[in-house]
Design a protein around this ligand. Structure first.
Ligand code: X5A
Ligand code: ZN
Length: 670
């Protein structure tokens, strides 16, 4: 059954601050924490989480990463006067100490470890630690960039030691390079570290050569350090999603971690004075959800930076909401990655080609990145308001959030099951028992030959499905699973009905054979994607993509590659309002792959998915309904393997042909 989401927060971590004038450090204020927490309360998210108390980290834990000498220095700041604190702070880069720094740093780390314990002991599914001081810049013997102890790096060492983990993924979406984490794990293949960061050809802090894409790790750890430098400001939603789909996630799936730690800085979000990037708060919902299919959903999100208080706190809320399994809001803005972002993506993919199978099947080359060409397609809201009033910008974010967060109705998953078969449906899923009236069924089926469907089947399955579609369109239900005697027919009826009800863009994904395949070209209201094991009869076109996909038969799957390289990019580019996912007979992908697909597709259309499953396959329906109900993140999808050259070539052809129409397919600039 569904495990909960943990939240770590303690007011005591607001009891240290900068005591003197230092413009560089002035942004790291206690309100970062208190405002975020207040916002979580405002959205009633705190009460939905499992509250974990913080604790002090032990010296043994601190020295998993830091030197005893450095620990002594930090310890000694407890009793220093302001003059001494200043002198000690000056020994480091962009650091400051207060008499309470040591105590708070111990709580910050201890709180992070509490979260790791709760997730790895199975007490909760995932969670977030709202902590300060942050950690990812701090190093073995130094404080750096407001960081005292390296919370996430120590958490990884702690998890390896206490739970004997072999593979941990660290995702650092803070806008700064977590060079501290890189230094600690650069020769270690058991920790895969991914960081994107504002770089601007090294002119941005911390101005390190080793933050560039060609720094891939050392010795045994070669290939396990992934740097994605942004050479422009104004990087936005489309760029971040492209970075996940084309860089982080394929490598992460191939790596197959047992735990995911997020160095979760929100200075990569819109309005931040440090990052000057453009990602809106709901982008963090997407990033979070996209990670939930790794490591059986064991995800620990740990706060790092984030200096625009409104942007920070809204983004924190979006992250926690998503950890709780709420629907992921639609992503705003044009889904076209900018040229500079694509250059960076191309280069990091090329730099990692020797180390990752899923990249080596693709042919990539380096591109010369110049500092002038290309810019984000989004405006720079931060720059607009820089001189003027920040209050106006705050109101802008707030009204944006109101717009995208639809008020929560009794949101649940519905199911249509054959009579007397309700026992298979997971708790919390609503079994629909109301069939639409006969006239409605007849109208919905007009033009679709239902002749070989038995009368009883028709009324039960199609009739109830129509009721469910009505509810989906009216937002009275979140998503649904239909067990059907003929998935092709049910899908055809569902498609026609949803369009009749005024849905403008339907993404229709069908896996397996389809009884009668109509032509979707020129019908811009449907993007049809069919996945089958045989060569498709029809050549693909913009709105009608049939593709052949076949794994070599064994325990592992390469389906993630198709999902990340084709299906999600198509879906993100199309921005559907409704998703139809149907499974036919003679499928070339396993049930586990369909679960991965249904889980991943939930980032689109606010999760409004109707899944149509053969009524002979109740196990699949159970899996999908629990996935749609947001309680199956505990499932482990691995092991993964690399797709065959043949599959990759077929996909590449589609990618090339359609990337002008569907921009998120693009993963290179040249
Ligand atoms: C944790 C974090 C930023 C330091 C910036 C110094 N540190 N210019 O975001
Ligand atoms: Zn940062």
């Amino acid at each position: 059954m569904a495990l909960g989401t943990a939240l770590v927060y303690d007011e005591e971590m607001t009891t240290y601050k900068l005591l003197w004038d230092d413009p560089e450090c002035a942004i790291e204020v206690p309100e970062r924490l208190s405002k975020s927490y207040e916002r979580l309360q405002h959205y009633h998210l705190v009460e939905r989480c499992v509250r974990l108390p913080v604790r002090e980290a032990s010296e043994e834990e601190i020295t998993l990463v830091h030197s005893p000498d450095y620990l002594d220095v930090v310890k000694s700041t407890q009793t220093m006067n302001e003059e001494e604190l200043r002198t000690t702070s000056k020994k480091y880069v962009a650091a400051y100490f207060h008499q309470n720094s040591y105590r708070c740093a111990k709580l910050s780390l201890g709180g992070t470890l509490q979260l790791v314990d709760a997730v790895l002991s199975g007490e909760v599914q995932n969670g977030m630690a709202l902590v300060r001081p942050p950690g990812h810049h701090s190093q073995r013997d130094q404080s750096n960039g407001f960081c005292v102890f390296n919370n996430v790096a120590i958490a990884a060492k702690y998890a390896q030691k206490k739970y004997n983990l072999q593979r941990i993924l660290i995702v650092d979406w803070d806008v700064h390079h977590g060079q501290g984490i890189q230094y600690i794990f650069e020769d270690d293949p058991s920790v895969l570290y991914f960081s994107w960061h504002r770089y601007e050809h090294k002119i941005f802090w911390p101005n390190l050569t080793e933050s560039d894409y060609d720094c891939v790790g050392k010795g045994q750890g070669t290939g396990f350090n992934i740097n994605l430098p942004w050479n422009k400001i104004g990087i936005g939603n489309a760029d971040y999603i492209a970075a996940f789909l084309h860089v982080l996630l394929p490598l992460a799936f191939e790596f197959d971690p047992e735990l995911v730690l997020v160095s979760s800085g929100y200075d990569s979000g819109i309005g931040d004075p440090e990052g000057r990037m453009n990602a809106t708060p709901e982008c963090f919902s997407h990033l979070t959800h996209l990670l939930t299919n790794l490591a059986g959903g064991k995800l620990c999100v740990v706060l790092e930076g984030g200096y625009h208080l409104t942007s920070l706190s809204e983004s924190v809320c979006m992250t926690v909401r998503t950890l709780l399994g709420d629907a992921v809001p639609r992503l705003s803005g044009d889904m076209t990655p900018c040229h500079s972002a694509l250059e960076s993506i191309q280069n990091v993919r090329t730099a990692h080609t020797p180390y990752w199978q899923c990249l080596s099947v693709d042919e990539t080359k380096l591109v010369q990145q110049c500092s002038t060409k290309g810019s984000s397609t989004l405006e720079l809201p931060y720059e607009q308001q820089e001189s003027a009033d920040t209050a106006r910008f705050d109101r802008l974010i707030e009204s944006h959030m109101k717009n995208i967060l639809s008020p929560a109705p009794p949101f649940r998953t519905s199911a249509v099951t054959p009579d007397g078969n309700t026992f298979i449906i997971p708790a919390g899923v609503h079994v629909e028992d109301q069939a639409a009236p006969r006239e409605q069924i007849d109208a919905a089926c007009s033009g679709i030959s239902m002749s070989h469907l038995k009368e009883g089947h028709l009324v039960h399955s199609v009739g109830k499905m129509l009721t469910v579609i009505n509810k989906l369109v009216k937002k009275q239900t979140k998503n649904a699973v239909v067990l059907s005697p003929s998935t092709s027919l049910s899908a055809a009826v569902a498609l026609q009905t949803s369009l009749n009800l005024g849905i403008e863009r339907v993404l229709y994904v069908h896996v397996g054979d389809l009884d009668s395949e109509r032509d979707f070209e020129n019908d811009q209201k449907t993007l049809f994607v069919k996945i089958c094991g045989d060569q498709p009869s029809k050549v693909f076109s913009k709105y009608h993509v049939s593709l052949k996909w076949k794994d070599t038969p064994d325990e592992s799957s390469s389906f993630f590659y198709l999902v990340l390289q084709i299906l999600l990019p198509l879906a993100y580019s199309y921005q559907p309002d409704f998703i139809l996912l149907s499974a036919g007979s003679n499928r070339s992908v396993g049930n586990r792959d369909i679960l991965l697909l249904s889980n991943m597709l939930q980032v689109l259309a606010e999760g409004c998915i109707l899944a149509i499953i053969p009524d002979t396959e109740p196990e699949l329906a159970v899996g999908i309904s629990s996935s749609l109900a947001g309680c199956s993140t505990a499932m482990h999808y691995g092991p993964y393997k690399c797709p065959t050259k043949e599959c990759v070539n077929a996909l590449k052809e589609i990618q090339r042909a359609l990337q002008e129409d569907w921009r998120m397919l693009r993963n290179y600039a040249a």
